[in-house]
Design a protein around this ligand. Structure first.
Ligand SMILES: [Ca+2]
Length: 335
């Protein structure tokens, strides 16, 4: 079954969204609206007070992540060491191209000791002639008001940019809450965000792009034509992951109390606070819970030329933890 997923139409994503790099942001002053450029999407500023950086997370108590899955705050753990890649997830979604002559594997274990973390990592690879989407989804019922997800990610040398892809959270009432790309969802049915690299060569963001939250929710801002393309929550300064390098990425989302603009969003890169966003009215009803996370990757064949890079997109994942508390980077295993 195809997963109903937010996906902006071509043109809603590239070219005219504000980088917001010139914004000046007050510390802890709530959501700050960035500059709207080109009438396509809003960018949100951020501040990162040093005093809010977490000194350590629950992973510090589990060197090498050994036993972390048994922590009462941990909801999901996958180090991809054994079994079928994706076997612990609720859905592995691979969209193959109709009539494709090439059948490249989309999701396999990576065992190259020069790449893998541990004995194995997960390798996801798009191929222009084979498939355009490879995504992993994990669901939680009934869901949570606050959730953290930590994972390690490594981007391949074949990168230009992609269409969309990153670590994702979603709150979905379960009956088609997403109204489609370009439309704001209903406040009691849906909100969604992905922390993903977004490429903007004019901003100096080479491949794979700067890590930015791309989000849909009922109070998202429209472009100049009244369309609602994914809004940005942009960590500043911009951070572009180096290719072929493992990176620890963690985000936290906290839903607002209905009627109050007190929802939150945070991210950490290699254990350092990289983005902090406040004053977000994610939802209108308390019944709408954060009930899905994912690792997603998508690029349609027609977009490869514009996206640059090669005819594939390779991403490695490992050491995924979803929890109700801050997790932090994997601690070094003691000898
Ligand atoms: Ca591993």
């Amino acid at each position: 079954m195809a997963e109903a997923r937010p996906r902006p139409a071509p043109g809603g994503f590239t070219g005219s969204e504000s980088g917001g790099t010139g914004d000046r942001v007050k510390r802890r002053a709530g959501t700050v609206w960035g500059t709207l450029l080109g009438g396509m999407a809003w960018a949100f500023g951020t501040s990162v007070p040093q005093e809010t950086a977490f000194p350590s997370g629950l992973a510090a108590r589990y060197p090498g992540d050994a036993g972390i899955g048994g922590d009462p705050a941990v909801l999901f753990h996958d180090d991809f060491e054994t079994g079928e890649v994706g076997g612990k997830w609720d859905e592995v979604y691979i969209r193959r191209l109709r009539g494709a002559a090439v059948q490249e594997p989309a999701l396999v274990p990576e065992t190259d000791p020069g790449i893998a973390r541990g004995a194995r990592s997960a390798r996801a690879r798009l191929h222009k002639e084979s498939h355009e989407d490879v995504s992993l989804f994990k669901r939680f019922r009934p869901g949570f008001d606050e959730l953290y997800m930590r994972h390690y990610v490594r981007y391949g040398p074949d990168y230009g940019s992609h269409g969309h892809g990153g670590s994702m959270f979603k709150a979905d009432w379960g009956r088609g809450g997403f109204r489609g790309a370009g439309k704001a969802p209903d406040g009691d049915k849906f909100f969604w965000g992905t922390l993903e690299p977004i490429c903007r060569p004019d901003c100096g963001w080479g491949p794979p792009g700067a890590l930015i939250f791309y989000a849909y929710w009922w109070k998202m801002k429209p472009d100049g034509r009244g369309n609602h393309w994914g809004n940005w929550f942009q960590p500043q300064p911009a951070f572009v992951p180096p290719l072929q390098t493992w990176l620890c990425v963690e985000w936290r989302v906290r839903a607002n109390a209905p009627g109050r603009e007190d929802g939150e969003l945070d991210c950490w890169i290699d254990g350092r606070k990289a983005g902090e966003f406040r004053g977000i009215e994610w939802r209108s009803a308390e019944t709408l819970k954060i009930n899905q996370v994912g690792l997603t990757l998508w690029l349609e064949p027609a977009s490869y030329e514009r996206a640059g890079g090669g005819t594939t997109r390779t991403v490695w994942y490992d050491d995924v933890v979803v929890a109700t508390r801050y997790i932090g980077p994997k601690a070094v295993r003691r000898p």
